[in-house]
Design a protein around this ligand. Sequence first.
Ligand code: UP5
Ligand code: MG
Length: 189
Amino acid sequence: GWKRKEVIRIPVSGPGSGKGTQCAKIVQHFGYTHLSAGDLLREEIKSGSENGTMIQNMIKEGKLVPSELTVKLLQRAMNESGNDKFLIDGFPRNEENRVAFESVIGIVPEFVLFFDCSEEEMERRLLSRNQGREDDNIETIKKRFKVFMESLPVIEYYNSKEKVRKIDAGKPVEEVFEAVKAVFTSSYD
Ligand code: UP5
Ligand code: MG
C-alpha cells in the first residue's frame, strides 16, 4: 500500500550548531535515517564524480551548490535507504532549495528543528573539531556564517506554518538532546 514518507528536516541551524551530533543521537533513540546534505556532497567529491571539483570549490568558499544537485543526491539516498523516516540535516538552506525539494520530493516536514547557538560558540566548536574538514578554517567559517543568513527566510517560512521547534543549542550535548527528545516525544503522543 501507499506509505507516507515522514520527513523531519533540520534546515536552518548554523554551522557548528550541533546538527550532526544531535542527529546521531536521534537515530540511536528513534530510528530515523540520517541524511546530511553536506556529508552527501563530501561523498560525491570522494567518489570522483564529474561534479566533484565544482562541489569541492564551493564548499571551500562556503557557497551553496545548485539545488538540483543536492536534491538529486538526497532523493537517491532516500530511495536507497529502504526506510520511510528521515532526518534531513543541513537542508534546505535557502528558499530555492526548499522549493526545489518540495517540487521534486513532494513531502512537507512534520516539524523543523532550529538549533539556536551564538556565532562565538559555533566558531569555537568548528575550530576545535579537528576532523580535517577543508571548510573548518577561520576564513571559510566567516563565509559560512554569511551564507547562513540566506537560511533565515526558510525558517521564517516554516515558522509561518508553525513547524519550527527552537532549541537552545549552546548547552552541553546531553542537555540539548533532552530538549530534542521532548520535541520528538510530544509530537507522537
Ligand atoms: N559539538 C556539537 N554539539 C556540541 C555541544 N552541545 N557542546 C559542545 N560541543 C558540541 O558539531 C560541530 C562540533 O561541535 C563537533 O566537533 C561536535 O563534537 C561539537 P556538529 O554536530 O558537527 O555540527 P553541525 O551543525 O553538523 O556542523 P557542520 O559543520 O556540519 O555544519 P554546516 O552546516 O556548516 O556543514 P554541512 O556539512 O551541512 O555543509 C557544509 C557545506 O556544504 C556548506 O557550507 C555548503 O558549502 C555545502 N552545502 C550545500 O551547498 N548545500 C547543502 O544543502 C548543504 C551543504
Ligand atoms: Mg554537520
